[in-house]
Design a protein around this ligand. Structure first.
Ligand code: CTP
Length: 214
């Protein structure tokens, strides 16, 4: 890609979100953010202008990438929607928490005083929101499944109006962290590409190849 040409913008959301219970506790998940960061880095190497909306991770910020740090799913949605107008390609690789506590206690909840029940409410689905405002953009998401990998992934692709879904099965590879893993990519026409036993850096490049083919 020529440096002087206006560079297309790729927006990536990566990492987990944290949903606060009180000032010292939260609910979250095991996501490290590695895959999304590798996609951001690969896109940067290919000459895109890259915006990375990142939940809390220990990863180093990729050089030359605009990084917007967020904590909760609501923060992430706000940041993604704000950056959306400039993006031509969007990859929602974040492990967005599906729920948040209905109430966030302003003070530390003390132990004792009987049974504690945590009431949860559902967070908005960021990929669906992006899918609903697609307007010529190419939109990709992930599907993390413990069973019925391809059926569930295809359902998510259609329900969320994505162009491409990258499906991982939890259990047969180290999807969390930086080990090797396998994915199946399914596009909106039903084409299916299986990529086995690759590093996330390699897979990120495969994902960009697929996105660029649109
Ligand atoms: N996703 C999202 N917002 C959410 C939940 C998920 O944008 N509130 C996105 C993820 O980033 C991923 C895709 O939706 O790109 C699928 O996420 P996944 O966790 O596999 O599935 P869910 O839609 O949350 O459904 P379920 O938990 O029932 O499998």
């Amino acid at each position: 890609m020529r440096k002087s040409a206006k560079r297309p913008c790729l927006l990536v959301a990566a990492g987990p979100t944290r949903e606060r219970i009180d000032p010292v506790r939260f609910i979250s998940n095991y996501s490290t953010g590695t895959f999304g960061y590798e996609i951001a880095k690969a896109a940067k190497r290919r000459g895109y202008s890259v915006v990375l909306v990142s939940g809390p991770t220990y990863l180093k910020e990729p050089r030359g990438v605009k990084v917007i740090r967020v904590e909760s799913a609501r923060d992430m949605k706000r940041a993604v929607m704000r950056q959306l107008p400039r993006a031509k390609t969007v990859v929602i690789a974040a492990a967005v928490s599906d729920w948040r506590p209905r109430f966030e206690a302003k003070r530390k909840i003390k132990k004792g005083a009987g049974k504690k029940v945590l009431e949860l409410v559902e967070n908005d689905d960021i990929l669906s929101e992006v899918g609903n405002r697609k307007r010529g953009r190419v939109v990709a998401g992930f599907a993390l499944e413990t069973e019925n990998l391809e059926r569930n992934a295809l359902r998510k692709l259609l329900q969320k109006n994505a162009d491409l879904i990258i499906a991982n099965r939890l259990g047969d590879s180290s999807i969390f962290g930086d080990g090797r893993t396998s994915v199946v990519m399914i596009d909106k026409w039903g084409n299916r590409t299986s990529v086995r036993n690759r590093t996330k850096r390699e897979l990120a490049s495969n994902v960009l190849d697929r996105l660029e083919a649109f």
